[in-house]
Design a protein around this ligand. Structure first.
Ligand code: FPP
Length: 247
């Protein structure tokens, strides 16, 4: 039996978040430029989005470009932005056909204008889709998101002194980019690195973490299904004890 058949459909992670890593190393191993790795990373994105949709995952968040990625060589940044635009163009019909709703998190205002316009259009076009919600983290970092939330709370409460009892988890979350999106149940990082890299720090408080040595351009549906099977073996206790969970 393959990984997919073994998955218990009644215990699916509702939200999977992925730190796609290893594009550069994959390309280098093949004696190629880093951008060759990113181009092949798009194939992995396509396969994983399809796989997540097939088994009924509701939300898939992909860390595509962090606020720190602006520090990479300009040539690589330009190529990544170009890839984003060409992927939006080539995948629009498939996303619509497969009922995928596209969303973004991150400071998309800070992206090149043409990228922002393309994204906005596709987000609008897919906004009524009811299948998988694909969330691209673009110009995103968790510290930026948290500071931005604090700034907006202050802005919204300029005229009145804010009552500190109002600052609950729910209240704070309503200021995050991920408001209305459930926290990830499973966070996957590829390429054998064991870091969170400023990704969804608030939201992964109780996520199950899964690390694999597979480099992102090689990542395919069976790898995703294997991670889900591993997730299904875990006991999520949310601070409670095992007996409380099982009673
Ligand atoms: C990490 O590998 C990958 C990225 C920073 C970019 C991810 C982008 C893509 C997969 C392509 C475009 C995405 C979409 C959604 C169209 P790395 O470059 O850090 O690899 P390294 O650690 O081996 O250097």
């Amino acid at each position: 039996m393959d990984f997919k058949e073994k998955i218990d459909k009644n215990n699916l992670p509702e939200h999977i978040a992925i730190i796609m890593d290893g594009n550069g190393r994959w390309a280098k191993k093949k004696g190629n430029q880093r951008i060759f790795g990113h181009k092949n990373g798009v194939k992995a994105v396509r396969d994983v989005v399809e796989g997540a949709g097939e088994i009924g995952v509701k939300y898939l968040t992909l860390y595509a470009f962090s606020t720190e990625n602006w520090n990479r060589p300009k040539q690589e940044i330009d190529a990544l932005m170009g890839l984003l635009v060409s992927t939006i163009d080539s995948e629009t019909d498939t996303l619509i056909k497969n009922n995928v709703r596209l969303m973004t998190i991150g400071d998309t205002e800070g992206l090149p204008k043409n990228v922002g316009i393309k994204l906005k259009k596709l987000i609008e076009k897919t906004s009524q889709n009811k299948g998988l919600t694909l969330i691209l983290a673009l110009n995103y970092s968790a510290r930026w998101e948290i500071l931005n939330a604090v700034k907006n709370i202050i802005k919204d409460n300029k005229s009145t002194e804010i009552d500190e009892s109002k600052i609950s988890n729910d209240f704070f979350e309503s200021y995050l980019n991920t408001k209305d999106i459930p926290d990830p149940d499973l966070l996957i990082r590829t390429s054998g690195e064991y870091r969170i890299s400023n990704f969804l720090i608030w939201q992964i408080a109780y996520s199950e973490l899964y690390f694999t040595d597979v480099l992102w351009p090689d990542y395919r549906k069976p790898d995703l299904f294997e991670a889900i099977l591993d997730y299904q073996k875990r006991e999520r206790r949310f601070g409670k004890i095992s007996e409380q969970i099982n009673s």
